[in-house]
Design a binder for this molecule. Structure first.
Ligand code: CMC
Length: 428
């Protein structure tokens, strides 16, 4: 028996398989089960893929027990403290942080693509006045495929590159148009003399009748939110982009599929749930003490939104990064805003409470991101759109990696069939 293999024996048939043990650069060893069916007739069953690696990837590493998140080997803490969002995009897409010349070139390429075709304006204006921004965004991203026949050959590396740049560049423009449509305000043109985040705030909040200058703290807060949500390895929406793209679907269709998946409350909607909880506390006049007591009461399904995490059992490193930005922003906005004050008091009370300490329940990134977005005057229905905007680079980096992977095949899971067995067709 070799240490490089894992032997699986089917006691029912006596058939066995020596399966290769694969070790990544860090992380848990993995059993390669591809030969299992051939050697033993067995398949594996893993709903939700909780115990299954679907691909090899060199983009992002997470260690939930240690609270570690690395992009291309750099910690999220270092990236949030030292990089801007476009530098992180360059890192995720190309594998390296850019030097100054490379950054200037990358930024100018992105800025070259920030505008959308006039017909995209018309397309977006055609939605009903109360259309959900995520419905608008997913449809508009899918519609981009009809504008760029020149660059949707997925086997052409140059095509894949230009599509990545177009998506990263146009996402803020389209995201802001969802908001402008909702508000009934004219779509603003992007301003290429502004940074990525400044430009987004301009697209959102400027109006033709006046000037708009965002505060540097707001810009930094947005930049941090974008960096912290840029990628999170094989999460549901990223896996959706990979699966949709595995059929050879064009990149715009694949990213639109990812946006649709992100829309679900179990994925992109958690920061909205935090704000609903804080609003509820305000509206019902509940106290911090009674809210915490409810969260501890096992007969009450209520949980404190924004606390705890399925993967991070030590702390969510993204939460630690956003916490400071959040506090700076709230300080700048003043301490008189009751909701922000409530959030701070709740956080303090939870961190001091033994129930949460014993269960290692810390604030997660969503506790703070909702508060930051609210402080930036972004309405709740736009929260998931903001997430989609930041995550686009992660989706496209994984989509590119998949197409460069020699082991890449169309995604096609097996199933355990539990229906009727073959039966005769009823006589008429
Ligand atoms: N409030 C009160 N108690 C909690 C909470 C909470 N938010 N989270 C977990 N617990 C308790 C839970 O009742 C259990 O207690 P006991 O051991 O006495 O039975 C213990 O802590 C372990 O909980 P669990 O459900 O086994 O933990 P999990 O890893 O399955 O759940 C979670 C993780 C994120 C679903 C959960 O913590 C939760 O519901 N949090 C609130 C929702 C939230 O903020 N979600 C956003 C997560 S960040 C999203 C992202 O990264 O994309």
């Amino acid at each position: 028996m070799s240490n490089d293999t894992v032997t699986i024996t089917d006691n029912a048939t006596g058939k066995s398989a020596d399966l290769p043990r694969i070790q990544g650069s860090i992380g848990r060893p993995t059993v390669d089960v591809r030969k299992l069916a051939g050697s033993t007739d067995l398949f594996t069953y893993d709903p939700g893929f909780a115990a299954t690696a679907s691909c090899k990837s060199s983009i992002t590493y997470i260690d939930g027990d240690q609270g570690i998140l690395l992009h291309r080997g750099y910690s999220i803490e270092d990236l949030a403290a030292n990089s801007n969002y476009l530098e992180v995009c360059h890192l995720l897409l190309d594998g390296e942080l850019p030097n100054q010349d490379e950054f200037n070139e990358f930024e100018s390429i992105i800025k070259n693509h920030t505008m959308v075709h006039e017909n995209i304006h018309r397309f977006m204006s055609g939605f009903r006045y109360d259309a959900h921004p995520m419905a608008m965004l997913s449809a508009t991203v899918a519609a981009l495929a009809s504008f760029y026949h020149d660059s949707i050959d997925i086997n052409d590396e140059e095509h894949r590159k230009i599509t990545a740049h177009r998506l990263i560049a146009k996402m803020p423009t389209m995201a802001s148009y969802c908001f402008k449509h909702m508000r009934g305000q004219p779509f603003m043109s992007p301003k290429n003399n502004l940074s990525y985040s400044e430009n987004f705030l301009h697209l959102m909040f400027a109006v033709p009748a006046g000037d708009y200058v965002p505060s540097p703290t707001a810009v930094r807060a947005l930049e941090t939110i974008l960096i912290l949500h840029a990628d999170h390895e094989q999460n549901a929406s990223t896996s959706t982009v990979r699966l949709a793209g595995s059929s050879g679907a064009n990149p715009f269709a694949s990213i639109a599929a990812g946006i649709a998946c992100l829309w679900g409350p179990a994925h992109g909607g958690a920061n909205e749930a935090v704000m609903n909880m804080l609003d509820d506390i305000m509206d019902t006049g509940a106290t911090i003490e009674s809210t915490i007591a409810r969260a501890k009461d096992k007969s009450d399904p209520f949980r404190l939104m924004g606390f705890g995490h399925r993967v991070y059992k030590n702390y969510d490193p993204r939460a630690a990064c956003i916490q400071k930005v959040c506090h700076d922003l709230l300080d700048e906005l003043g301490g008189d805003q009751p909701l922000f004050q409530l959030a701070r008091e709740l956080e303090e009370a939870v961190l001091a409470d033994d129930y949460f300490k014993e269960r290692k329940l810390f604030p997660n990134v969503d506790f703070y991101s909702g508060i930051v977005l609210r402080a930036l005057n972004i309405p709740m229905s736009m929260f998931t759109v903001m997430f989609a905007m930041s995550r686009t680079v992660g989706w496209i980096a994984h989509w590119q990696e998949m197409h460069n992977d020699p082991e890449f095949r169309i995604g096609r899971p097996q199933q355990i069939y539990t229906g009727e067995t073959h039966r005769p067709y009823p006589k008429k």
